[in-house]
Design a protein around this ligand. Structure first.
Ligand SMILES: [Zn+2]
Length: 160
């Protein structure tokens, strides 16, 4: 179930994804929210420098491990413009974070890449539930997924 509050956080994630694209990074953005609704940390993708592990969900996992207790982490929510990749899902699982809400799914990303004539990424796009046994996941959100799709199209246009 995706609430109005959830939608607001996802809209912020899409904004961060736009910022990433403007800075030359891939269009992904994520927000970490505490159980009481307080936004604790947000980040966007930073792969333009050549380090392709610089995903926002991964930096959220590391931030959470450093700054939150295990209990706080387990009831926190991670919002993200695109479903976690396996690396980030694993990091999320290892640090014991809670629910994940995404605007667009990995399955959608695979379809978009294929529509754009791009080869699939080397790392498989697995659903989060394939990586985290007890994952609590909500998404995608069609209107926001459409916005994310546009950002990926713009990325591709620029690289052509
Ligand atoms: Zn990732």
């Amino acid at each position: 179930m995706i609430s109005t509050f959830d939608l607001r956080q996802l809209e912020r994630c899409v904004e961060l994804a736009k910022t990433a694209l403007e800075k030359g990074d891939d269009p992904f953005g994520s927000v970490l929210v505490a159980a009481d609704g307080k936004v604790l940390f947000e980040d966007h993708n930073h792969v333009a420098g050549g380090d392709h592990t610089q995903h926002p969900e991964f930096s959220i996992a590391r931030w959470a491990a450093k700054n939150m207790s295990p209990d706080e982490r387990s009831i926190a929510t991670v919002y993200t413009s695109g479903e976690h990749c396996p690396m980030c899902a694993a990091a999320h699982g290892w640090v014991g974070l809670g629910r994940i809400v995404y605007a667009s799914s990995s399955e959608q990303l695979i379809q978009w890449m294929s529509d754009l004539g791009l080869p699939p990424s080397r790392v498989r796009n697995l659903p989060i539930q394939e990586v985290i046994r007890d994952a609590v996941v909500d998404g995608p959100v069609p209107e926001l997924a459409e916005q994310v799709r546009t950002l990926h199209q713009q990325l591709h246009e620029r690289r052509k």
